[in-house]
Ligand binder design. Sequence first.
Ligand SMILES: [Zn+2]
Length: 590
Amino acid sequence: MQTKSNSSLQTLTQEDAKGFLQKVENDITKLSTPAAHAAWAYATHINYDTAKVNTYFTEQISVLYAKYAVEAAKFNDVQVDADTRRQLDLLKSNPEIAFPADPAKAERLATIGSDMMGIYGSGEYCRDNDTCLSLVQMSAEMATSRNPDLLLEYWEGWRQVSVPMRDMYAEMVSLANEGAEQLGFDNTSELWRAKYDMPADDFPKELDRIWGQVKPFYESLQCHVRAELSEYYGKDYDGNDIVPLDKPIPAHLLGNMWAQSWGNIYDIVKPEQEMNVPNVTSALQNQAYDEIQMTKQAEAFFSSLGFEPLPDTFWERSMFQKPEGRDVQCHASAWNLDDVDDLRIKMCIQITGEEFNVIHHELGHNYYQRAYNQLPMLYRGSANSGFHEAIGDTIALSITPTYLQQIGLIDEIPDASNDIGMLLKVALDKIAFLPWGLMVDQWRWKVMSGEVTPEQYNELWWELREKYQGVAAPIARGNDAFDPGAKYHVPANVSYTRYFLAHILQFQFHKALCDIAQSEEALHRCSIYGSEAAGSALNNMLEMGKSQPWQEAMTTLTGQPDMDASTIADYFAPLKTWLDEQNAERQCGW
Ligand SMILES: [Zn+2]
Protein backbone atom coordinates (compact mmCIF):
# COMPACT_ATOMS: atom_id res chain seq x y z
CA MET A 1 0.00 0.00 0.00
CA GLN A 2 1.30 3.38 -0.90
CA THR A 3 1.48 6.25 1.54
CA LYS A 4 0.16 9.60 0.53
CA SER A 5 3.58 11.17 0.21
CA ASN A 6 4.80 8.34 -2.00
CA SER A 7 1.95 8.74 -4.41
CA SER A 8 2.58 12.48 -4.60
CA LEU A 9 6.25 11.72 -5.33
CA GLN A 10 5.26 9.60 -8.25
CA THR A 11 3.34 12.43 -9.80
CA LEU A 12 6.51 14.55 -10.07
CA THR A 13 7.93 14.71 -13.57
CA GLN A 14 11.00 15.92 -15.38
CA GLU A 15 9.07 19.12 -16.14
CA ASP A 16 8.61 19.69 -12.40
CA ALA A 17 12.33 19.20 -11.85
CA LYS A 18 13.16 21.71 -14.58
CA GLY A 19 10.63 24.17 -13.15
CA PHE A 20 12.19 23.71 -9.73
CA LEU A 21 15.71 24.38 -11.06
CA GLN A 22 14.46 27.49 -12.85
CA LYS A 23 13.02 28.81 -9.59
CA VAL A 24 16.30 28.02 -7.80
CA GLU A 25 18.19 29.86 -10.52
CA ASN A 26 15.95 32.95 -10.25
CA ASP A 27 16.01 33.11 -6.48
CA ILE A 28 19.73 32.55 -6.16
CA THR A 29 20.49 35.13 -8.83
CA LYS A 30 18.32 37.68 -7.05
CA LEU A 31 20.09 37.22 -3.74
CA SER A 32 23.66 36.40 -4.70
CA THR A 33 24.53 39.80 -6.18
CA PRO A 34 23.58 41.86 -3.09
CA ALA A 35 25.26 39.16 -0.98
CA ALA A 36 28.43 39.56 -3.04
CA HIS A 37 28.34 43.34 -2.59
CA ALA A 38 27.96 42.89 1.16
CA ALA A 39 30.89 40.46 1.22
CA TRP A 40 33.00 42.85 -0.86
CA ALA A 41 32.14 45.81 1.37
CA TYR A 42 33.11 43.78 4.42
CA ALA A 43 36.34 42.42 2.99
CA THR A 44 37.52 45.85 1.86
CA HIS A 45 36.26 47.75 4.92
CA ILE A 46 36.05 45.63 8.04
CA ASN A 47 33.91 47.32 10.68
CA TYR A 48 30.93 46.66 12.91
CA ASP A 49 28.31 47.59 10.31
CA THR A 50 29.77 45.85 7.28
CA ALA A 51 30.19 42.76 9.44
CA LYS A 52 26.50 42.85 10.38
CA VAL A 53 25.33 43.26 6.79
CA ASN A 54 27.68 40.59 5.50
CA THR A 55 26.60 38.16 8.19
CA TYR A 56 22.96 38.81 7.31
CA PHE A 57 23.46 38.06 3.61
CA THR A 58 25.74 35.08 4.23
CA GLU A 59 23.03 33.59 6.35
CA GLN A 60 20.23 34.42 3.89
CA ILE A 61 21.97 32.87 0.93
CA SER A 62 23.22 29.87 2.87
CA VAL A 63 19.76 29.16 4.22
CA LEU A 64 18.29 29.51 0.73
CA TYR A 65 20.81 27.03 -0.67
CA ALA A 66 20.17 24.65 2.21
CA LYS A 67 16.41 24.82 1.67
CA TYR A 68 16.69 24.09 -2.05
CA ALA A 69 19.32 21.40 -1.52
CA VAL A 70 16.89 19.56 0.75
CA GLU A 71 14.05 20.12 -1.74
CA ALA A 72 16.18 18.71 -4.56
CA ALA A 73 15.97 15.33 -2.82
CA LYS A 74 12.27 15.19 -3.79
CA PHE A 75 13.44 14.36 -7.29
CA ASN A 76 15.77 11.52 -6.27
CA ASP A 77 13.49 8.88 -7.82
CA VAL A 78 12.11 10.93 -10.70
CA GLN A 79 13.29 10.03 -14.21
CA VAL A 80 15.13 13.09 -15.51
CA ASP A 81 17.66 13.75 -18.24
CA ALA A 82 21.38 13.73 -17.39
CA ASP A 83 21.68 17.50 -17.39
CA THR A 84 18.80 17.96 -14.94
CA ARG A 85 20.21 15.22 -12.73
CA ARG A 86 23.62 16.87 -12.65
CA GLN A 87 22.15 20.20 -11.58
CA LEU A 88 20.11 18.54 -8.84
CA ASP A 89 23.22 16.72 -7.57
CA LEU A 90 25.32 19.87 -7.68
CA LEU A 91 22.68 21.69 -5.70
CA LYS A 92 23.07 19.13 -2.93
CA SER A 93 26.86 19.10 -2.81
CA ASN A 94 27.33 22.78 -3.62
CA PRO A 95 27.89 24.46 -0.24
CA GLU A 96 31.25 24.38 1.55
CA ILE A 97 29.41 24.85 4.80
CA ALA A 98 25.83 23.57 4.91
CA PHE A 99 23.59 25.66 7.11
CA PRO A 100 21.11 23.95 9.45
CA ALA A 101 17.43 24.63 8.75
CA ASP A 102 16.88 25.93 12.28
CA PRO A 103 17.11 29.75 11.86
CA ALA A 104 18.74 30.33 15.25
CA LYS A 105 21.47 27.80 14.46
CA ALA A 106 21.93 29.20 10.97
CA GLU A 107 22.34 32.68 12.41
CA ARG A 108 24.83 31.43 14.97
CA LEU A 109 26.83 29.67 12.25
CA ALA A 110 26.95 32.83 10.13
CA THR A 111 28.03 34.87 13.15
CA ILE A 112 30.86 32.51 14.05
CA GLY A 113 32.10 32.60 10.46
CA SER A 114 32.07 36.36 10.39
CA ASP A 115 33.69 36.65 13.83
CA MET A 116 36.54 34.33 12.90
CA MET A 117 37.16 36.32 9.73
CA GLY A 118 37.10 39.51 11.77
CA ILE A 119 39.73 38.10 14.14
CA TYR A 120 41.89 37.02 11.23
CA GLY A 121 41.45 40.18 9.17
CA SER A 122 42.17 42.63 11.96
CA GLY A 123 44.75 40.37 13.63
CA GLU A 124 48.15 41.80 14.49
CA TYR A 125 51.08 41.04 16.75
CA CYS A 126 52.17 43.71 19.19
CA ARG A 127 55.84 43.60 20.20
CA ASP A 128 55.05 46.27 22.78
CA ASN A 129 52.42 48.97 23.34
CA ASP A 130 53.59 51.06 20.41
CA THR A 131 54.69 48.56 17.81
CA CYS A 132 52.01 46.36 16.31
CA LEU A 133 52.67 44.43 13.13
CA SER A 134 50.19 43.20 10.53
CA LEU A 135 50.45 39.85 8.80
CA VAL A 136 51.57 41.63 5.63
CA GLN A 137 54.40 43.37 7.47
CA MET A 138 55.57 40.23 9.24
CA SER A 139 55.34 38.16 6.06
CA ALA A 140 57.52 40.67 4.25
CA GLU A 141 60.16 40.51 6.99
CA MET A 142 60.03 36.75 7.23
CA ALA A 143 60.78 36.57 3.52
CA THR A 144 64.12 38.31 3.96
CA SER A 145 65.21 38.16 7.60
CA ARG A 146 67.76 35.50 8.50
CA ASN A 147 67.69 36.24 12.23
CA PRO A 148 66.27 33.07 13.82
CA ASP A 149 65.18 34.88 16.99
CA LEU A 150 63.20 37.46 15.08
CA LEU A 151 61.70 34.80 12.80
CA LEU A 152 60.61 32.80 15.80
CA GLU A 153 59.13 35.87 17.48
CA TYR A 154 56.95 36.66 14.44
CA TRP A 155 56.06 33.03 13.90
CA GLU A 156 54.84 32.74 17.45
CA GLY A 157 53.33 36.24 17.55
CA TRP A 158 51.02 35.66 14.59
CA ARG A 159 49.82 32.42 16.18
CA GLN A 160 48.52 34.28 19.23
CA VAL A 161 45.85 35.75 16.95
CA SER A 162 44.17 32.39 16.33
CA VAL A 163 44.01 31.15 19.93
CA PRO A 164 40.44 32.43 20.53
CA MET A 165 39.26 30.71 17.34
CA ARG A 166 39.57 27.15 18.58
CA ASP A 167 36.31 26.87 20.46
CA MET A 168 34.50 28.88 17.81
CA TYR A 169 35.82 26.47 15.23
CA ALA A 170 34.61 23.47 17.20
CA GLU A 171 31.13 25.00 17.50
CA MET A 172 31.16 25.81 13.79
CA VAL A 173 32.01 22.20 12.95
CA SER A 174 29.12 20.84 14.96
CA LEU A 175 26.59 23.28 13.44
CA ALA A 176 27.91 22.69 9.92
CA ASN A 177 27.67 18.93 10.43
CA GLU A 178 24.03 19.31 11.35
CA GLY A 179 23.53 21.12 8.05
CA ALA A 180 25.46 18.45 6.13
CA GLU A 181 23.30 15.72 7.65
CA GLN A 182 20.19 17.49 6.44
CA LEU A 183 21.59 17.21 2.91
CA GLY A 184 22.12 13.48 3.34
CA PHE A 185 25.85 13.48 4.13
CA ASP A 186 27.37 11.89 7.24
CA ASN A 187 29.19 15.12 8.02
CA THR A 188 31.01 18.07 6.42
CA SER A 189 34.02 15.86 5.75
CA GLU A 190 31.94 13.69 3.44
CA LEU A 191 30.32 16.73 1.85
CA TRP A 192 33.77 18.10 1.01
CA ARG A 193 34.99 14.82 -0.45
CA ALA A 194 31.79 14.36 -2.48
CA LYS A 195 32.51 17.18 -4.93
CA TYR A 196 34.80 15.32 -7.31
CA ASP A 197 32.59 13.31 -9.65
CA MET A 198 33.51 10.07 -7.88
CA PRO A 199 32.40 8.39 -4.62
CA ALA A 200 33.50 10.45 -1.59
CA ASP A 201 35.55 7.58 -0.18
CA ASP A 202 37.45 7.08 -3.45
CA PHE A 203 38.69 10.64 -3.60
CA PRO A 204 41.29 10.39 -0.77
CA LYS A 205 42.69 7.29 -2.51
CA GLU A 206 43.03 9.29 -5.70
CA LEU A 207 44.96 11.96 -3.77
CA ASP A 208 47.23 9.29 -2.25
CA ARG A 209 47.96 8.00 -5.73
CA ILE A 210 48.90 11.44 -7.04
CA TRP A 211 50.97 12.31 -3.95
CA GLY A 212 52.79 9.00 -4.32
CA GLN A 213 53.90 10.11 -7.80
CA VAL A 214 55.69 13.22 -6.49
CA LYS A 215 56.67 12.25 -2.95
CA PRO A 216 60.19 11.00 -3.79
CA PHE A 217 60.95 14.28 -5.55
CA TYR A 218 59.64 16.25 -2.55
CA GLU A 219 61.81 14.21 -0.20
CA SER A 220 64.91 15.04 -2.26
CA LEU A 221 64.05 18.72 -2.11
CA GLN A 222 63.40 18.62 1.65
CA CYS A 223 66.67 16.79 2.18
CA HIS A 224 68.71 19.36 0.29
CA VAL A 225 66.99 22.34 1.90
CA ARG A 226 67.42 20.90 5.40
CA ALA A 227 71.13 20.30 4.86
CA GLU A 228 71.72 23.81 3.53
CA LEU A 229 69.70 25.45 6.30
CA SER A 230 71.57 23.41 8.89
CA GLU A 231 74.89 24.61 7.57
CA TYR A 232 73.66 28.21 7.29
CA TYR A 233 72.19 28.52 10.78
CA GLY A 234 74.75 26.45 12.67
CA LYS A 235 74.36 26.04 16.43
CA ASP A 236 72.13 27.71 18.99
CA TYR A 237 73.25 29.19 22.35
CA ASP A 238 73.32 25.72 23.88
CA GLY A 239 75.49 24.29 21.14
CA ASN A 240 72.72 22.29 19.44
CA ASP A 241 72.10 22.35 15.71
CA ILE A 242 69.35 24.89 14.94
CA VAL A 243 68.37 22.62 12.07
CA PRO A 244 69.13 19.01 13.06
CA LEU A 245 69.92 16.72 10.13
CA ASP A 246 67.70 13.85 11.23
CA LYS A 247 64.53 15.76 12.16
CA PRO A 248 61.82 17.77 10.44
CA ILE A 249 62.79 21.35 9.55
CA PRO A 250 61.73 24.02 12.09
CA ALA A 251 58.81 25.85 10.49
CA HIS A 252 60.02 29.43 11.06
CA LEU A 253 63.13 29.22 8.88
CA LEU A 254 61.62 28.62 5.44
CA GLY A 255 60.93 32.24 4.44
CA ASN A 256 57.17 31.99 4.78
CA MET A 257 54.77 32.39 7.70
CA TRP A 258 53.36 28.88 7.14
CA ALA A 259 56.42 27.24 5.54
CA GLN A 260 54.11 26.56 2.62
CA SER A 261 56.44 27.73 -0.14
CA TRP A 262 60.15 28.25 0.22
CA GLY A 263 61.20 30.45 -2.71
CA ASN A 264 62.30 33.21 -0.34
CA ILE A 265 65.23 31.17 0.97
CA TYR A 266 66.61 30.47 -2.49
CA ASP A 267 69.75 32.41 -1.58
CA ILE A 268 70.54 29.89 1.19
CA VAL A 269 69.95 26.70 -0.79
CA LYS A 270 71.04 27.75 -4.30
CA PRO A 271 73.76 25.96 -6.25
CA GLU A 272 77.35 26.92 -5.50
CA GLN A 273 78.16 27.78 -9.07
CA GLU A 274 76.90 31.21 -10.08
CA MET A 275 73.43 31.00 -11.69
CA ASN A 276 71.92 33.80 -13.70
CA VAL A 277 68.30 33.66 -12.54
CA PRO A 278 66.20 36.69 -13.51
CA ASN A 279 65.30 38.71 -10.45
CA VAL A 280 61.80 39.89 -11.29
CA THR A 281 61.47 41.82 -8.03
CA SER A 282 64.42 44.10 -8.78
CA ALA A 283 63.42 44.37 -12.43
CA LEU A 284 59.94 45.58 -11.43
CA GLN A 285 61.34 47.94 -8.82
CA ASN A 286 64.08 49.32 -11.09
CA GLN A 287 61.52 50.07 -13.76
CA ALA A 288 59.24 51.67 -11.13
CA TYR A 289 56.32 49.39 -11.83
CA ASP A 290 53.33 50.16 -9.62
CA GLU A 291 50.39 47.92 -8.67
CA ILE A 292 48.32 48.92 -11.70
CA GLN A 293 51.15 48.43 -14.20
CA MET A 294 51.83 44.98 -12.82
CA THR A 295 48.17 44.10 -13.22
CA LYS A 296 48.06 45.56 -16.75
CA GLN A 297 51.07 43.48 -17.67
CA ALA A 298 49.29 40.35 -16.45
CA GLU A 299 46.16 41.32 -18.39
CA ALA A 300 48.32 41.76 -21.50
CA PHE A 301 49.39 38.12 -21.28
CA PHE A 302 45.78 36.96 -21.41
CA SER A 303 45.10 39.41 -24.25
CA SER A 304 47.98 37.89 -26.21
CA LEU A 305 46.14 34.57 -26.05
CA GLY A 306 43.04 36.14 -27.57
CA PHE A 307 41.02 36.85 -24.40
CA GLU A 308 38.97 40.07 -24.32
CA PRO A 309 40.43 42.83 -22.12
CA LEU A 310 39.08 43.20 -18.60
CA PRO A 311 36.10 45.56 -18.30
CA ASP A 312 36.61 49.21 -17.25
CA THR A 313 34.77 48.46 -14.02
CA PHE A 314 37.56 46.04 -13.08
CA TRP A 315 39.97 48.98 -12.93
CA GLU A 316 37.49 51.27 -11.16
CA ARG A 317 36.30 48.86 -8.49
CA SER A 318 39.19 46.53 -7.65
CA MET A 319 41.30 46.99 -4.52
CA PHE A 320 44.97 46.91 -5.55
CA GLN A 321 46.56 48.45 -2.47
CA LYS A 322 46.16 48.29 1.28
CA PRO A 323 44.25 51.49 2.05
CA GLU A 324 45.20 53.77 4.93
CA GLY A 325 43.09 54.04 8.03
CA ARG A 326 40.84 51.02 7.80
CA ASP A 327 41.02 47.28 8.24
CA VAL A 328 40.78 45.20 5.09
CA GLN A 329 41.16 41.56 4.21
CA CYS A 330 44.52 41.65 2.41
CA HIS A 331 44.39 37.99 1.45
CA ALA A 332 44.41 38.06 -2.37
CA SER A 333 41.15 37.03 -4.03
CA ALA A 334 39.26 37.38 -7.32
CA TRP A 335 35.58 38.18 -7.56
CA ASN A 336 32.71 38.30 -10.02
CA LEU A 337 30.07 40.17 -8.07
CA ASP A 338 27.15 39.85 -10.49
CA ASP A 339 28.26 36.47 -11.89
CA VAL A 340 28.42 38.14 -15.30
CA ASP A 341 31.25 40.64 -15.70
CA ASP A 342 31.62 42.71 -12.53
CA LEU A 343 35.11 41.24 -12.21
CA ARG A 344 37.47 42.49 -9.52
CA ILE A 345 40.57 41.54 -7.57
CA LYS A 346 41.23 42.36 -3.95
CA MET A 347 44.91 42.46 -3.06
CA CYS A 348 47.46 44.46 -1.11
CA ILE A 349 49.98 44.21 -3.92
CA GLN A 350 53.67 44.34 -3.05
CA ILE A 351 56.07 45.17 -5.87
CA THR A 352 57.72 41.73 -6.04
CA GLY A 353 58.09 38.87 -8.48
CA GLU A 354 56.08 36.67 -6.14
CA GLU A 355 53.16 39.09 -6.19
CA PHE A 356 53.45 39.42 -9.97
CA ASN A 357 52.70 35.69 -10.07
CA VAL A 358 49.82 36.11 -7.62
CA ILE A 359 48.24 38.71 -9.90
CA HIS A 360 48.32 36.21 -12.79
CA HIS A 361 46.79 33.68 -10.43
CA GLU A 362 43.91 35.98 -9.50
CA LEU A 363 43.27 37.08 -13.09
CA GLY A 364 43.08 33.40 -14.04
CA HIS A 365 40.04 33.23 -11.76
CA ASN A 366 38.50 36.29 -13.39
CA TYR A 367 38.92 35.00 -16.94
CA TYR A 368 37.49 31.62 -15.93
CA GLN A 369 34.51 33.33 -14.24
CA ARG A 370 33.79 35.31 -17.36
CA ALA A 371 34.23 32.33 -19.70
CA TYR A 372 31.36 30.38 -18.10
CA ASN A 373 29.02 33.29 -17.37
CA GLN A 374 26.46 32.11 -19.97
CA LEU A 375 25.80 28.80 -18.23
CA PRO A 376 23.03 28.02 -15.73
CA MET A 377 24.05 29.32 -12.29
CA LEU A 378 24.77 25.88 -10.88
CA TYR A 379 27.32 25.31 -13.64
CA ARG A 380 29.18 28.59 -13.12
CA GLY A 381 32.14 27.19 -11.28
CA SER A 382 35.30 25.18 -11.42
CA ALA A 383 35.30 21.79 -13.21
CA ASN A 384 36.72 20.52 -9.94
CA SER A 385 38.01 22.78 -7.18
CA GLY A 386 41.58 22.49 -8.47
CA PHE A 387 40.87 23.83 -11.96
CA HIS A 388 39.99 27.33 -10.82
CA GLU A 389 43.20 27.64 -8.84
CA ALA A 390 45.30 26.21 -11.67
CA ILE A 391 44.40 28.56 -14.53
CA GLY A 392 46.33 31.69 -13.55
CA ASP A 393 49.24 29.58 -12.30
CA THR A 394 49.35 27.83 -15.66
CA ILE A 395 49.75 31.21 -17.33
CA ALA A 396 52.40 32.21 -14.78
CA LEU A 397 54.46 29.12 -15.72
CA SER A 398 54.93 30.92 -19.03
CA ILE A 399 56.69 33.83 -17.29
CA THR A 400 59.97 32.46 -18.58
CA PRO A 401 63.18 34.41 -19.17
CA THR A 402 62.23 34.61 -22.86
CA TYR A 403 58.90 36.18 -21.94
CA LEU A 404 60.52 38.57 -19.47
CA GLN A 405 62.86 39.71 -22.18
CA GLN A 406 59.98 40.12 -24.65
CA ILE A 407 58.22 42.52 -22.28
CA GLY A 408 61.42 44.37 -21.47
CA LEU A 409 61.86 43.30 -17.85
CA ILE A 410 65.25 41.72 -18.50
CA ASP A 411 67.86 42.42 -21.17
CA GLU A 412 69.28 39.03 -21.96
CA ILE A 413 68.04 35.47 -21.76
CA PRO A 414 70.27 33.29 -19.56
CA ASP A 415 71.45 30.14 -21.38
CA ALA A 416 70.44 26.61 -20.36
CA SER A 417 73.37 26.21 -17.97
CA ASN A 418 71.45 28.45 -15.56
CA ASP A 419 68.31 26.31 -15.60
CA ILE A 420 69.08 24.49 -12.35
CA GLY A 421 68.85 27.79 -10.51
CA MET A 422 65.57 28.69 -12.15
CA LEU A 423 64.08 25.24 -11.61
CA LEU A 424 65.17 25.16 -7.99
CA LYS A 425 63.39 28.45 -7.44
CA VAL A 426 60.18 27.14 -8.99
CA ALA A 427 60.45 23.88 -7.02
CA LEU A 428 60.92 25.79 -3.77
CA ASP A 429 57.57 27.42 -4.41
CA LYS A 430 55.58 24.70 -6.12
CA ILE A 431 56.99 21.35 -5.04
CA ALA A 432 57.56 22.45 -1.45
CA PHE A 433 53.89 23.44 -1.47
CA LEU A 434 52.49 20.01 -2.35
CA PRO A 435 52.46 18.23 1.05
CA TRP A 436 51.17 21.39 2.70
CA GLY A 437 48.44 21.65 0.07
CA LEU A 438 47.51 18.09 0.90
CA MET A 439 47.67 18.14 4.72
CA VAL A 440 45.42 21.12 5.48
CA ASP A 441 42.32 19.18 4.45
CA GLN A 442 43.64 15.90 5.80
CA TRP A 443 43.40 17.78 9.10
CA ARG A 444 39.97 19.23 8.36
CA TRP A 445 38.48 15.96 7.14
CA LYS A 446 39.40 14.37 10.48
CA VAL A 447 38.19 17.37 12.46
CA MET A 448 34.94 17.64 10.57
CA SER A 449 34.15 13.95 10.85
CA GLY A 450 34.62 14.22 14.62
CA GLU A 451 37.63 11.89 14.81
CA VAL A 452 39.41 14.28 17.17
CA THR A 453 38.30 16.52 20.04
CA PRO A 454 39.05 20.26 20.13
CA GLU A 455 41.80 19.52 22.70
CA GLN A 456 43.51 17.37 20.03
CA TYR A 457 43.10 19.80 17.14
CA ASN A 458 46.55 21.34 17.40
CA GLU A 459 48.34 18.10 18.11
CA LEU A 460 46.82 16.49 15.03
CA TRP A 461 47.84 19.54 12.99
CA TRP A 462 51.51 19.10 13.87
CA GLU A 463 51.36 15.36 13.49
CA LEU A 464 50.26 15.84 9.89
CA ARG A 465 52.71 18.64 9.18
CA GLU A 466 55.56 16.43 10.30
CA LYS A 467 54.28 13.41 8.44
CA TYR A 468 53.65 15.09 5.08
CA GLN A 469 56.00 18.07 5.04
CA GLY A 470 58.84 17.02 7.28
CA VAL A 471 58.36 20.39 8.99
CA ALA A 472 57.94 20.82 12.75
CA ALA A 473 56.85 23.52 15.20
CA PRO A 474 59.97 25.37 16.35
CA ILE A 475 58.75 25.48 19.96
CA ALA A 476 56.38 23.34 21.99
CA ARG A 477 52.75 24.19 21.26
CA GLY A 478 50.23 24.17 24.07
CA ASN A 479 46.82 22.60 23.64
CA ASP A 480 45.20 26.03 23.80
CA ALA A 481 47.02 26.99 20.61
CA PHE A 482 45.04 26.77 17.38
CA ASP A 483 47.72 27.01 14.72
CA PRO A 484 45.43 25.96 11.85
CA GLY A 485 43.48 29.18 12.46
CA ALA A 486 46.61 31.19 11.63
CA LYS A 487 46.03 30.25 7.98
CA TYR A 488 43.31 32.23 6.21
CA HIS A 489 41.52 29.28 4.62
CA VAL A 490 40.69 27.66 7.96
CA PRO A 491 38.65 30.50 9.53
CA ALA A 492 37.37 31.35 6.02
CA ASN A 493 36.22 27.77 5.43
CA VAL A 494 37.80 27.60 2.00
CA SER A 495 38.72 24.02 1.18
CA TYR A 496 42.42 23.57 0.52
CA THR A 497 42.67 20.40 -1.57
CA ARG A 498 42.01 22.74 -4.50
CA TYR A 499 45.56 24.09 -4.19
CA PHE A 500 47.15 20.67 -4.05
CA LEU A 501 45.24 19.70 -7.18
CA ALA A 502 46.02 23.02 -8.84
CA HIS A 503 49.74 22.45 -8.30
CA ILE A 504 49.42 19.15 -10.14
CA LEU A 505 46.99 20.35 -12.82
CA GLN A 506 48.93 23.46 -13.81
CA PHE A 507 51.84 21.34 -15.07
CA GLN A 508 49.44 19.14 -17.07
CA PHE A 509 47.73 22.20 -18.53
CA HIS A 510 51.07 23.87 -19.25
CA LYS A 511 52.29 20.83 -21.15
CA ALA A 512 49.06 20.55 -23.16
CA LEU A 513 49.15 24.25 -24.04
CA CYS A 514 52.85 24.14 -24.98
CA ASP A 515 52.06 21.23 -27.32
CA ILE A 516 49.21 23.19 -28.87
CA ALA A 517 51.43 26.28 -29.19
CA GLN A 518 53.93 23.97 -30.95
CA SER A 519 56.71 25.00 -28.61
CA GLU A 520 59.99 23.25 -29.29
CA GLU A 521 61.53 24.29 -26.00
CA ALA A 522 61.96 22.06 -22.94
CA LEU A 523 58.81 22.21 -20.84
CA HIS A 524 60.32 24.57 -18.27
CA ARG A 525 61.46 27.02 -20.96
CA CYS A 526 58.19 27.05 -22.90
CA SER A 527 56.05 30.19 -22.87
CA ILE A 528 52.67 30.21 -24.58
CA TYR A 529 52.71 34.04 -24.73
CA GLY A 530 51.11 35.18 -27.99
CA SER A 531 49.64 31.80 -28.95
CA GLU A 532 46.00 32.27 -29.88
CA ALA A 533 45.75 28.54 -30.60
CA ALA A 534 46.66 27.81 -26.98
CA GLY A 535 44.29 30.55 -25.79
CA SER A 536 41.41 29.13 -27.75
CA ALA A 537 42.06 25.59 -26.46
CA LEU A 538 42.17 26.93 -22.92
CA ASN A 539 38.95 28.85 -23.45
CA ASN A 540 37.21 25.71 -24.72
CA MET A 541 37.83 24.14 -21.34
CA LEU A 542 37.04 27.26 -19.30
CA GLU A 543 33.68 27.87 -20.92
CA MET A 544 32.49 24.39 -19.85
CA GLY A 545 32.44 25.55 -16.23
CA LYS A 546 31.23 22.55 -14.28
CA SER A 547 28.51 21.61 -16.73
CA GLN A 548 30.14 18.19 -17.11
CA PRO A 549 32.27 15.94 -14.90
CA TRP A 550 35.76 17.41 -14.57
CA GLN A 551 37.19 14.41 -16.43
CA GLU A 552 35.46 15.80 -19.56
CA ALA A 553 36.98 19.24 -19.06
CA MET A 554 40.36 17.61 -18.57
CA THR A 555 39.93 15.65 -21.80
CA THR A 556 38.94 18.79 -23.69
CA LEU A 557 42.33 20.36 -23.01
CA THR A 558 44.72 17.45 -22.49
CA GLY A 559 43.10 14.68 -24.56
CA GLN A 560 42.86 12.27 -21.59
CA PRO A 561 40.69 12.22 -18.44
CA ASP A 562 43.09 11.73 -15.50
CA MET A 563 44.95 13.92 -13.05
CA ASP A 564 48.58 12.94 -13.43
CA ALA A 565 51.70 14.20 -11.66
CA SER A 566 54.14 12.64 -14.10
CA THR A 567 54.32 15.94 -16.04
CA ILE A 568 56.07 17.35 -12.96
CA ALA A 569 58.90 14.87 -13.40
CA ASP A 570 59.28 16.04 -17.03
CA TYR A 571 59.30 19.68 -16.07
CA PHE A 572 61.89 19.29 -13.30
CA ALA A 573 63.98 16.49 -14.80
CA PRO A 574 67.32 18.37 -14.77
CA LEU A 575 66.74 19.49 -11.18
CA LYS A 576 65.99 15.98 -9.97
CA THR A 577 69.35 14.80 -11.29
CA TRP A 578 71.10 17.70 -9.61
CA LEU A 579 69.32 17.14 -6.27
CA ASP A 580 70.26 13.46 -6.30
CA GLU A 581 73.90 14.46 -6.76
CA GLN A 582 73.71 16.93 -3.87
CA ASN A 583 72.06 14.37 -1.62
CA ALA A 584 74.36 11.48 -2.52
CA GLU A 585 76.25 11.60 0.78
CA ARG A 586 73.31 12.78 2.88
CA GLN A 587 70.92 10.82 5.06
CA CYS A 588 67.47 11.87 3.86
CA GLY A 589 64.12 11.39 5.58
CA TRP A 590 62.87 12.45 9.00
ZN1 LIG B 1 43.01 31.41 -6.01
